[in-house]
Ligand binder design. Structure first.
Ligand code: NAD
Ligand code: UGA
Length: 466
């Protein structure tokens, strides 16, 4: 089966970059990315790629090379489905905010809408690929909808979860650790569908990195990968608290354990807590799945990863309050960083949001600086929590366009994102401008403790005891 035309439904953080890279590596395939969000599609089509909706290093260059050649962005979803041999579903699968499974289960309404639209429009056999992260066994629901509402055409369902991380998406896609394809190898048609998708990736990914499994293993592997990664962060964060109590240093502990080849050195940075759109959502989804099978111990085990993460964020803000003589009411506190990690403007589930909210509850005056996040986004994140009126958020928190504006006259600085530029600041100058004693709470452990203490700061580093 030779694929000549691909459609991807969903032009977000995953659908966009993934299809851009497929278009680059497969010039013989026409790739059309569609979305219901007209503004997002307009941005993907923006002149000279000036306003792409997603900031990722290296992305704009590839869009310039491929757009209009074999890569197209459109809101004409029916046409793109009709023309495609293979359709990727890459829409959002957020945590449910209503009804059964509220706050835990994945909301699959957007997935179902896609399946129904594909069924309605398709006049020829198609391969449907799950790119979104989905609960295990979702493929059977999609197949059911397609088979019962379609026009009698044959659909093959594949699972092909995405493992890219934001900030390194292009490199992750060009050189993936592995590509995972789940399909039904028990039938000839299923085998052909798997081969068709393998052939696409084989244009640039070495064969030994393309794994094929059954559909359920593939769906579950994606949730498992995110659960393991998040668990590593919660594990090192749990140890960071013990370090602070005992005088150990989490960086030294991370290095010591990371040199064990069975543990490995990556993903062992203690922090103010993990954020991002997926870790919490996917673990809660896993917890919900386990509970729905009556596996309560399994559910409790994984839920602890999220609870530990909440604890880490809360204890960071508690420490600020306790250290500032048990009150931050009316005190100016500078927050450096709002994004959930460096090199992205994404703030979804960022630890900064929780820390800020806790400090606002204590009536602190917050001054926030982030090199990439907009003022609108920061207020939107706080307003979304619904803990106070939008005008109160605006009164209590100012968004600053320079770090110095945030720092001048502050009682304390909290570092919440590990932006490289923070390391290069003139900390001596900053010290001069602050109230004394001048406190720094380094939630990313990026600054040099002894240098800052020599300047005169009272310096607290996550995971480092005195
Ligand atoms: P996103 O919100 O950035 O993008 C999803 C897009 O789908 C939106 O633009 C939305 O308008 C569109 N959409 C929703 N319903 C639609 C419909 N019926 N028809 C057409 N378009 C529709 O989400 P994302 O971050 O790209 O995540 C998508 C999926 O990929 C999720 O399941 C997520 O868990 C998974 N994932 C995300 C990442 C990541 O780094 N963000 C990484 C791996 C996997
Ligand atoms: C993560 C996974 O790394 C991807 O493989 C996955 O595809 C993606 O989720 C997804 O499914 O959405 P992402 O959330 O973009 O990618 O970024 P990460 O680099 O994993 O960081 C997640 C959070 O953990 C960040 O807040 C980061 O600061 C934090 N983190 C990470 C730490 O606190 N310490 C570490 O050592 C590593």
């Amino acid at each position: 089966m030779k694929i000549e035309s691909i459609c991807c439904i969903g032009a977000g953080y995953v659908g966009g970059p993934t299809m851009v890279v497929i278009a680059k590596q497969c010039p013989h395939i026409k790739v059309t990315v569609v979305d219901i969000n007209q503004a997002r599609i307009d941005d993907w089509n923006s002149n000279d790629c000036g306003e792409l909706p997603i900031f990722e290093p290296g992305l704009a260059e590839i869009v310039k090379e491929t757009r209009g050649r074999n890569l197209f962005f459109s809101t004409n979803i029916d046409k793109a489905i009709d023309e495609a041999d293979m359709i990727f579903i890459s829409v959002n699968t957020p945590t449910k905010t209503y009804g059964k499974g509220k706050g835990m289960a994945a909301d699959l309404k957007y997935i179902e809408l896609c399946a129904r639209q594909i069924a309605k429009v398709s006049k020829q056999d198609k391969i449907v690929v799950e790119k979104s992260t989905l609960p295990v066994r979702t493929a059977s629901a999609i197949k059911n909808i397609l088979d019962h509402t379609g026009n009698g055409v044959q659909f093959q369902i594949l699972s092909n979860p995405e493992f890219l991380a934001e900030g390194t998406a292009v490199q992750d896609l060009l050189k993936p650790d592995r590509v995972l394809i789940g399909g039904d190898a028990s039938t000839k048609a299923g085998q052909k569908a798997i081969e068709a998708l393998v052939d696409i990736y084989a244009n640039w990914v070495p064969n030994d990195k393309i794994l094929t499994t059954n559909v359920w293993s593939s769906e579950l592997s994606k949730l498992t990968a995110n659960a393991f990664l998040a668990q590593r962060v919660s594990s090192i964060n749990a140890m960071s608290e013990i370090c602070e109590m005992t005088g150990a240093d989490i960086k030294e502990v991370s290095k010591a354990i990371g040199m064990d080849s069975r543990i490995g050195p990556k993903f062992l940075n203690a922090s103010v807590g993990f954020g991002g759109s997926c870790f919490q959502k996917d673990i809660l989804n896993l917890v919900y799945i386990a509970k729905s099978y009556g596996l309560n111990e399994v559910a409790d085990y994984w839920e602890q990863v999220v609870l530990m993460n909440d604890h880490q964020k809360n204890r960071f803000s508690d420490n600020i309050v306790n250290t500032l003589y048990n009150t931050v009411s009316g005190k100016k506190i500078a927050l450096l960083g709002w994004a959930f990690k460096k090199d992205t403007n994404d703030t979804r589930e960022s630890a900064a949001i929780r820390v800020a909210d806790n400090l606002l509850n204590e009536q602190a005056n917050l001054f926030v600086f982030d090199p990439k996040v907009t003022e609108e986004q920061i207020y939107a994140d706080l307003d979304y929590l619904g803990n106070r009126f939008p005008e109160d958020n605006k009164n209590l928190l100012q968004v600053c366009s320079t770090p110095y504006e945030a720092i001048e006259g502050a009682h304390a600085i909290a570092i919440l994102t590990e932006w490289d530029e923070f390391k290069a600041y003139d900390w001596k100058e900053i010290y001069e401008q602050m109230q004394k004693p001048a406190f720094i709470f380094d939630g990313r452990a990026i600054l040099d403790k002894s240098k800052l203490e020599d300047i005169g700061f009272v310096y607290y580093q996550i995971g480092r005891g005195n």
